[in-house]
Design a protein around this ligand. Sequence first.
Ligand code: OOB
Length: 545
Amino acid sequence: MNQPQPTWPEAESERYRSAGHWQGVTFDTYLRRWAADHRERVALIDGDRRWTYPDLDAEADRIARGLRRLGVGRGDRVVVQLPNCAEFVLLWFGLQRLGAVPVHAMPGHRRQEISHLVRASGAVACVVPDRHARFDHRELLRGILAEQEPGGSLRHVVVVGDPGPHGAFIPFEELRETTGPVAGPAGDDSGADSGDLALLLLSGGTTGLPKLIPRTHDDYSYNARASADICAFHAHTVYLAVLPIGFNFTLSCPGVLGTLFRGGTVVVSPDPSPQTAFALIEREGVTVTSLSPPLVPHWLDEAASGVWDLSSLAVVQVGGARLPDELARGLGPALDVTVQQVFGMAEGLINLTRLDDPEDLICTTQGRPISPDDEVLVVDAEGRPLPDGTPGELLTRGPYTPRGYYQAEEHNRTAFTADGYYRTGDVVRRLPSGHLVVVGRIKDQINRGGEKIAATEVEEQLLTHPAITSAALVGVSDERWGERSVAFVVCPGDVPHPRELAVFLKDRGLADYKAPDEVVGVAHMPLTAVGKVDKAALARRLPQV
Ligand code: OOB
């Protein structure tokens, strides 16, 4: 039941099972095992609240009962848009206990993104905070419900915090039912199969609307375990979740799940500021955390104040966007930690520098694949493999890289090769050691400090502005973000100011980070020989940093 389509060929699946990558165990059962194995250990800390492993297990039961009462069951999709708080983790395991499927939204997502996620996944429920970052998520969900077409899938909205005056919204606290059956047959409560869909991740997107990525129990738990092995996570690992927990990096590379697999402790940071994080590092004895590159300078500045005791911190992972080599070189000595670069993707493949790699590899490469069964090709424009050292597009397939997006048959024909390799759109150089250096990108995406912006999505929105007749969004290098977005627009009249466009796009329900940083009017769009907008020519019009 509930097989994500398409799946791995049987021969490959068998290979991954016999290699021990796929263990045939669901997250629901893993949680039961952890609770039995670590009776006293603290699994999760959020502020003054603490959960041991058995507490976490019992809480998953309660939430599963509450969800079941709402009619949520095995295979049902539930959009989860929560900031970093313990409820994210509790809910995630409550859903796993039912065999239901969390659909990960990011905290910054707004009407466009959330309604797309609901529609694309056919979600029956959404779980949101009341307010976060001065934004009222209840208002957002009221709008989405009101706009839903008759027969739409969304039936329930659960709110962490105050559900507000909208009587139909369910307070998260009310989900926690202490009595009654949790679910199906004993042993594996969820009744789910380890090959079933365990979660849906959102792709960064290139063309059309962002796609959903089907991750199974087998593949996603391997992702977390293999990462935890390489990072040598153990029962005394204390992991600080600084980036959004719904981000694959934070959840599973090795992140929250990798920590739980090893009996360690997850500490939730409600925001990524160094002040908040350093206070938690000091108080809880945090040993490892993960950052995006734009956070690094802020962390270094604050650490230089010398008022914090960060001596417990041993490893800082950085990923999601290219970390400049000099920043990598500065980070280790400044915090007295081992730096680990992480080049991963929601579509699967994770690359890590190893903790004992020579400093040069740690500072100048984005790591190498975590699995011996990751297959990596670097190819030219015709798809022909290139020798080591020559930059080309990275293609990959393997035990935790799904063979296609969720219900996107047509898109899959071009996003994957005929023999199942995912075309990453990343341009890399491969060293003889297997380490990859990310040197560019051929996908039409902007990576703004780790936040991915699909150019076509924003361009379509810009074209709805009455002053704009043609639009092209281009990424240019930027000191703070790594890349910033520049909208080139053709306007018969005045060119709108970036602030006005930001308000316009916000009103249309687009996440704030997708608003162009800069707007440049052009008389007409330069075209390539095949008649496409020549984005490289547009980028050359700007002063380079
Ligand atoms: C992570 O996942 P996504 O799905 O948000 O983005 C994936 C894309 C990659 O294809 C690449 O273009 C870029 O983000 N990227 C990097 C990078 N890490 C990701 N580019 C250069 N250097 C890096 N270190 O971003 C993600 C998922 C799991 C772990 C870490 C990151």
